[in-house]
Design a protein around this ligand. Structure first.
Ligand code: DGJ
Length: 734
């Protein structure tokens, strides 16, 4: 619900439990942030803009304009005129000037949500949301800025983005353009972000917010393993179940910055947008620039509630396509099974054994094209290597299909190996700066996707392979980050557009692909989980979470990922031991139970693993079929976190009608002489009675309890013999 209160000059945006309020003040039309928090009944708090306090409003008294700018809670702060906090937008005019200031011009309020040109974004029909578009202007620059807000009716989410239009007769440059900002009072917040590295992505990090600027960012051309486009400010005592959280997540897959700045006056400016470093966009007269979308969630009910808002939004209003509400085929991927050393025979042997065990799809990973027998060549040469795949790709796919299995394939479309026919023919297609040898990473360069002919080549390369056989799944990988930013196709004053144009081209390519192949299951990947973000989820419903498939490391990776993203999006596989990323041995049963919290599949040579492990696969497959609807569609709750207690991990999914729940408990390290542990179940109906059964340990007796008892008094988890043990607990209404 969005409403404008004309007398008060206040916009009030309501979601089921939250209110966001914007005020317009002074004859100069400053647009200020009044409030974001628990739902308010009335639109009346414009005193929170503090225009009654010195230093006076400029229209009435210009004497202290700088002081006014430097403390006013701007909805979209500009720079260079007296607000010395970090701005959201920077321009450089023909005259070389770099200041801007925005004043309110008009607004529109309407049902539904417009698409964002060229960009992924959440969507909803008129019944589910309302949108506010505030138009403001800087006449000195000749710039119009539209601030777009959508308030959802079915979840506590407000989205924001910004569109800049050049209204003047000449061009100007945008050197920074963020998507959203909230200026609010500091309340001794903590800042929560997700930090990581290759093979240990998205670990939760929480620290005290101090004075000055604190940010996380990526300048790597992708959302990255290292920092994540997510930031949250929380109360000091916010827990899973209680406390305030202001969270932002960016629907974008390139450079970003997420930032909190605490000012001298104890205000906080929380902002998010495309990283300004390396960014410079030329805007000709009449042209516009659309920023990516920021998803904002507020709650006073702790992390569980924040997570539920993100999950519900992404499940209903971001993920698209045939598989959005459907069980995904259980796949077996040959990467960790064979690496580059495979041929048709080997793959068919794996498929034959796998299909007999109930696995539903074979995915052929890296190494099927050109002369690629190692990671040092052939990216770009997307021609089937028939000395490996004797009889060709179609033969292999048909044989796999005859086993009753689907077939999937790996691509890394954005890359070019220096040792490839493509590079020999088009060395200028690699991103590079003239006069400097570009840095290789994994012995490869990045294709210059800002060039039309490169995009067309890439699309046809991928699509023609997909047209040649019954391929039902694509793993779209990206194994290096961008460097040496330079395009042979862009004018000198447009080189600063390359990073963003690159991301737009990835979106265009994937958009075209799922349009031509609407039944395709697309899984994104980037050296594991370096491009796990809402932008990519708009195109494919699942993303490879990490190259680390170790069940214990996965506890932290999957906890951090599931803080924002639904379990249905997390690519998770059972792999062989010792684990290839970390060398750890864990029980096969535990690996299965941990992977069950994601899309579920296998990443091993099923013809070679120990017999005892192989024999367990049919029961894991059966568990997947029994529980995947619940895992995919249910509400997710975090009960305990190994990342903080260093001892055990526990999470739960509950069906939306509260009749069925599945609790997963992982005992990381056993403790001698230790009794059973009590855990408090969440999200049940207090008035219903449930049967509690221990799925993978039938020796533990079933019990029957009310939801009330299970949630308040709890459930006992027996101590298990050994380390890395897991227990699945089924809780079903009697
Ligand atoms: C990185 C991915 O994350 C792996 O799963 C695998 O596909 C390799 N790339 C192949 O090069």
């Amino acid at each position: 619900m969005v409403k404008y209160y004309e007398d008060e000059r206040i916009f009030k945006l309501d979601t089921p439990n939250t209110t966001y309020m914007i005020g317009i003040v002074d004859e100069e039309g400053f647009i200020g942030h009044i409030y974001y928090g628990r739902k308010l009944k009335d639109a009346e708090a414009s005193y929170l803009l503090r225009t009654g306090e010195p230093p006076f409003v400029p229209g009435r008294n210009n004497r202290e304009r700088c002081s006014f700018y430097d403390c006013f809670p701007f909805e979209y702060p500009t720079g260079g005129v007296g607000d010395y906090r970090e701005s959201c937008i920077s321009v450089k005019t023909q005259g070389g000037h770099m200041t801007s200031m925005l004043s309110y011009v008009s607004h529109e309020i309407f049902g539904g949500k417009p698409e964002l040109e060229g960009l992924p974004a959440t969507f909803a029909d008129e019944a589910d949301c309302m949108t506010l578009r505030i138009t403001c202007e800087d006449r000195a620059v000749g710039m119009r800025v539209e601030l777009l807000y959508t308030a959802f009716n079915d979840t506590d989410v407000i989205t924001r983005s910004t569109r800049v239009i050049n209204m003047g007769s000449g061009s100007f440059y945008l050197t920074k353009v963020f998507s959203a900002c909230i200026d609010m009072d500091n309340r001794d917040f903590d800042m929560v972000t997700l930090h990581g590295s290759w093979a240990r992505e998205r670990h939760i990090q929480r620290k005290s917010l101090g004075y000055g600027i604190q940010n996380v960012s990526s300048f790597r051309g992708e959302s990255s393993h290292q920092d994540h486009p997510f930031i949250a400010l929380t109360d000091k005592n916010t827990t899973q179940e209680n406390g305030e959280i202001y969270a932002m997540n960016f629907v974008y897959s390139g450079n970003f910055r997420a930032q909190a700045e605490v000012s001298q006056f104890d205000s906080v400016r929380l902002s998010m947008g495309i990283h300004p470093e390396g960014f410079c966009w030329k805007l000709e007269s009449g042209e516009c620039f659309q920023t990516p979308e920021v998803v904002m969630v507020y709650t006073d009910k702790g992390f569980d509630a924040m997570t539920l808002s993100f999950h519900r939004l992404y499940k209903k209003h971001l993920i698209r396509g045939e598989y959005r509400n459907k069980k995904r085929p259980i796949l077996i991927n040959n990467w960790e099974a064979t690496y580059f050393d495979f041929d048709t025979q080997k793959l068919l042997a794996i498929a034959k054994e796998a299909s007999a065990l109930g696995i539903e799809m074979l995915v052929m990973d890296d190494g099927w094209f050109g002369n690629r027998n190692s990671d040092n060549c052939a990216l770009g040469d997307w021609v089937v290597n028939e000395s490996k795949l004797k009889g060709g790709l179609k033969y292999l796919v048909d044989e796999v299909n005859k086993l009753g299995m689907k077939f999937g394939i790996w691509f890394e479309p954005e890359m070019i190996s220096p040792d490839s026919d493509l590079y020999r023919a088009h060395p200028d297609w690699a991103i590079a700066v003239p006069g400097r040898t570009p840095a290789q990473s994994r012995q490869q360069y990045v294709l210059d996707l800002s060039r039309r002919e490169v995009v067309e080549y890439v699309y046809e390369a991928v699509a023609s392979v997909l047209r040649s056989a019954n391929i039902e799944y694509v793993k779209w990988d990206m194994n290096r980050q961008l460097s040496d930013i330079g395009s042979a196709g862009l004018a000198p004053d447009r080189q600063g557009e390359l990073y963003h144009r690159y991301v737009l081209a990835v979106y265009e390519l994937q958009g075209r692909l799922i349009k031509e192949f609407p039944h395709l299951l697309l899984e994104n990947c980037s050296g594991g989980g370096a491009r796990f973000d809402p932008g990519m989820l708009y195109f494919g419903p699942q993303i490879w979470c990490s190259d680390d498939t170790d069940a214990i490391e996965r506890l932290e990776i999957q906890e951090g990922t599931a803080l924002i993203y639904p379990l249905s999006t997390m690519g998770a596989h059972v792999s062989d031991c010792p684990n290839h990323a970390i060398g750890r041995n864990t029980p096969f049963e535990t690996r299965g139970i941990v992977a069950l919290a994601g899309t579920f599949g296998y990443e091993l040579d099923v013809t070679k693993i120990p017999d005892a492990d192989r024999k367990m696969i049919p029961s894991q497959v059966a568990m997947y079929h029994k529980y995947n609807d619940l895992v995919r569609e249910g509400d997710y709750y975090r009960i305990a976190s190994y990342s903080s207690n260093r001892s055990y991990d526990c999470w739960e999914v509950v069906s939306c009608d509260r009749t069925h729940a599945l609790v997963t408990y992982v005992q990381v390290l056993n403790r001698p002489n230790f009794k059973s542990r009590r855990i408090l179940v969440k999200g049940l109906d207090a008035d219903k009675r449930y049967t509690v059964s221990y799925v993978n340990n039938k020796d533990i007796e079933k019990t029957s309890c009310s939801g009330d008892t299970l949630m308040k008094a709890g459930l006992l988890i027996p101590n298990m013999w050994g380390d890395f043990k897991a227990l699945l607990i089924d809780i079903e209404e009697n």
